[in-house]
Design a protein around this ligand. Structure first.
Ligand code: SAH
Length: 228
């Protein structure tokens, strides 16, 4: 095992021991996706510290435990079509791709991840990172304002947002399939943020629960934060 693989295994085992990681497909994805390939060259030695790390443009790659919490809450399945808002480094998109379109499953059964990034340079680097790690065929990167969702490929089985919004953007609810799940941090700068789990029933009824308190960078764009 390489040094990175040993460190990755340690993080995964800690997340299992703490009860955050439970589902075999979520655990498997965290064992396979190399986080060191999604951080900048100078940050590689920090890749398996379980915290966010800077990725440029004032943004961060999420901590492994935060990706684990969200991916457990999403109840992802092979074949799901998933929308992410906030591609950042592409790491979280790769984890989800490994769950909905696993490397060891026939590609005919694969789902797909659409990930939207508002900052052009980050959309470009996310694409490069996904290419070099072999996820480019299962993830589509879109450079636009994801606070409005991505209606072109809607509806989605699952939607997750990795930047904190002032409120839940209505277009995201509309772009969720009946039976779908959305996770989104809601709250602002210097204040309490809550990770919400929103479920749309088969009949279209929407229910909201809080998962935990969190600290994310801010969602920008039409339904995001302005002037802060
Ligand atoms: N999921 C990322 C972490 C993202 S940090 C990863 O695994 O690395 C949040 C990201 O959301 C930042 O890259 C930021 O530029 C992006 N973002 C903020 N507002 C956005 C918007 N309206 N549409 C799309 N991306 C947005």
């Amino acid at each position: 095992m390489s040094k990175f693989e040993v460190e990755r295994e340690r993080v995964v085992n800690n997340l299992i021991a703490s009860g955050i990681l439970k589902t075999p497909s979520v655990i498997r994805s965290m064992r396979l996706v190399p986080r060191e390939e999604f951080v900048s060259a100078g940050m590689k030695s920090h890749a398996y510290i379980d915290s966010p790390l800077p990725i440029g443009s004032g943004q961060t790659i999420s901590a492994p435990h935060m990706c684990a919490i969200m991916n457990e809450a999403l109840r992802l399945e092979v074949g799901h079509r998933v929308l992410e808002i906030g591609a950042g480094s592409g790491y979280h998109a790769a984890l989800v791709a490994e769950i909905v379109a696993p490397s060891n499953v026939n590609s005919k059964k694969w789902g797909h991840v659409y990930t939207v990034e508002i900052i052009p340079t980050l959309a470009f680097s996310a694409e490069k990172n996904l290419e070099k790690t072999g996820y480019r065929d299962r993830v589509t990167i879109i450079n636009s304002d994801g606070s409005k969702g991505y209606p072109e490929k809607a509806p989605y089985d699952r939607i997750f947002v990795t930047a904190a919004a002032p409120d839940v953007p209505q277009p995201l609810i509309e772009q969720l399939k009946p039976g779908g799940i959305l996770t989104i941090p809601v709250g602002g700068p210097y204040m309490y943020q809550e990770l919400l789990l929103i479920e749309k029933s088969a009949t279209g009824k929407v229910t909201t629960k809080s998962i935990c308190s969190v600290a994310f960078v801010l969602l920008r764009g039409k339904y995001g934060w302005k002037d802060v």
